[in-house]
Design a protein around this ligand. Structure first.
Ligand code: HEC
Ligand code: HEC
Ligand code: HEC
Length: 431
């Protein structure tokens, strides 16, 4: 979960110290927009249908991904989210009264999800993606709350914050929030179909797709970039591609069915999920209903076209590189991915026209070659094919050559990857 670190960026600190305290004072008097909890009664919290819906929504929101320690009880906390400024523990969400949310009211829970504030009103770190969850409806929040309250209480005291000063001061978040966070809801667009609206609600809210699939500016906010236009996850060294299927988009040429297939099974005719996306599929999207996945696909399919990426200009002798790369490809890759990068349907993904190959940075293809790949295990795909790692067999210049080759061969036109980049990605720890 190191990817979250990009949310707390370097340049933040000075700005924050300068105006953080002031904003905090200024915001104290304001109402917190917490709706009355009067309509929440013990009976409706125990409604089995509500609890079942809450369980489904918590999976769609992938809450367990951060709130579960490795090998620990789901939702019981004990895992810390790493950031470049230190680590932030994701607390216990079970019904334990001392260390979990057993004593919380629904109003407390709603305020956390919708307004990013803890039980005492303290500002929460955006490593908890309330920047997206703020769009979740009150009804859906109530269902999740009802579900979490049914979890067997597990006693897990929250780990100590590993944040360095001044990030350790919650008040330092006030300025960041003033710039990048608005309490919001999802406002349906009446001109669009019901499926589109459902998809928009899921993608922008619970699915928090934009937290990975958008570039962040120097202060770690996503404003200023078109939604879902792709971004690098620096702490993990993966690139989450642009999700438009139109001209210039990262998923150009994907049908709605390809998107549904990827989210449901981990693979599609266009590409296979790997890295952080494999986790998202394995833990969350594979369990979503066909209707919800189709709604997500409808929404992504309607994203606008993107500016065409500039034609790649090779930084060094492209021909020599292509010759060397073509040779490595023929020796080590063509058996599975095909001489012309066409892949083998349902077994090996195509490399021609694949955004995992052509995304702007070259990180994904480089790291796949170094580390190999394991597609997610899903109910629909119990025996996914894997790709062997080449870190031992190929040196930096060979990896650079073969990756540059697949980025420029066939219909692909993406910038080359230099040997020094390969060396850097080789030393990125896996998460
Ligand atoms: C990407 C990681 C991540 C995901 C996904 C995530 N959380 Fe969290 N959550 C955190 C972290 C980290 C904190 C602690 C923030 C802080 O200390 O300021 C937190 C805090 C919270 C809190 C406040 C708890 C307290 O004791 O103050 C609640 C409630 C919560 N999350 C609920 C949820 C729910 C519900 C979901 C799914 C819809 C969810 N979280 C998904 C990382 C995550
Ligand atoms: C934790 C970060 C993260 C989150 C959250 C996330 N993604 Fe991704 N996603 C990635 C990365 C990294 C890749 C590139 C690796 C790959 O292609 O599998 C990716 C790739 C994809 C792909 C293309 C797969 C391919 O083969 O080219 C689709 C489609 C996608 N994501 C959809 C979504 C949707 C829809 C959501 C929200 C429900 C989402 N993602 C949430 C990180 C994330
Ligand atoms: C034994 C068969 C095999 C060999 C050899 C192989 N691959 Fe793969 N490759 C796969 C499989 C299977 C996947 C999907 C795995 C996953 O998603 O985790 C994959 C995925 C990829 C991807 C990501 C595409 C996507 O959409 O998931 C790239 C890029 C890639 N391979 C490049 C290469 C290159 C370059 C070589 C040679 C150096 C190579 N592969 C050798 C089987 C192979």
């Amino acid at each position: 979960m190191k990817w979250i670190g990009r949310i707390l960026p370097g340049a933040l600190v000075l700005t924050v110290l300068a105006i953080g305290g002031w904003l905090l004072l200024a915001s104290r008097g304001g109402g917190l927009a917490v709706p009355s909890a009067a309509i929440v009664t013990a009976e409706n919290l125990h409604d089995p249908a509500l609890i079942a819906r809450g369980r489904y929504l918590a999976i769609a929101g992938d809450c367990a991904a951060c709130h579960t320690a490795q090998g620990g009880m789901p939702y019981a906390g004990g895992r810390s989210v790493s950031t470049p400024f230190g680590s932030i523990p994701a607390p216990n969400l079970t019904s334990d009264r001392a260390t979990g949310i057993g004593q919380w009211s629904f109003a407390d829970f709603w305020r956390a999800l919708h307004a990013g504030r803890g039980r005492r009103g303290e500002l929460l770190y955006p490593a908890f993606p309330y920047t997206s969850y703020t769009r979740v409806t009150r009804d859906d929040a109530l269902a999740m709350f009802a579900y979490l309250q049914t979890l067997v209480p597990v006693h897990t005291p929250s780990g100590a914050s590993g944040l360095d000063f001044p990030y350790s001061m919650r008040s330092s978040l006030a300025a960041w929030r003033a710039m990048y966070f608005n309490e919001a809801g999802y406002r349906p667009e009446p001109a669009k179909s019901q499926a589109w609206n459902r998809g928009a609600y899921l993608v922008q809210g619970l699915g928090h797709c934009n937290e990975c699939h958008a570039a962040r500016d120097a202060l770690g906010g996503v404003s200023g970039h078109p939604a879902l236009s792709g971004g690098r996850i620096p702490e993990l060294d993966w690139y989450a591609p642009d999700l438009s299927t139109r001209a210039g988009g990262g998923l150009q040429g994907w049908s709605e069915q390809d998107i549904v297939d990827l989210l449901q099974t981990g693979r599609s005719a266009k590409g296979v999920a790997f890295g952080p996306m494999a986790e998202v599929v394995a833990d969350s999207t594979q369990y979503m209903s066909g209707d919800d996945l189709r709604a997500i696909a409808t929404y992504l399919h309607a994203l606008p076209p993107r500016a065409q990426p500039a034609e790649a200009t090779p930084q060094f002798d492209a021909r020599a590189l292509a010759r060397q790369g073509g040779k490595v490809y023929g020796q080590h890759c063509a058996d599975c991915h095909g001489k012309d990068g066409e892949g083998v349907a349902g077994v090996y993904p195509p490399l021609d026209g694949n955004s995992a190959v052509t995304e702007p940075t070259g990180i994904n293809a480089t790291r796949m070659v170094l580390l190999g790949g394991f597609a997610p295990l899903t109910q629909a795909n119990l025996r996914p094919y894997s790709m062997p790692p080449f870190a031992q067999q190929l040196n930096d210049s060979e990896v650079s050559a073969v990756v540059s080759y697949i980025r420029q061969a066939w219909t692909n036109r993406a910038p080359v990857v230099r040997p020094e980049d390969v060396s850097h990605y080789r030393h990125t720890p896996m998460d």
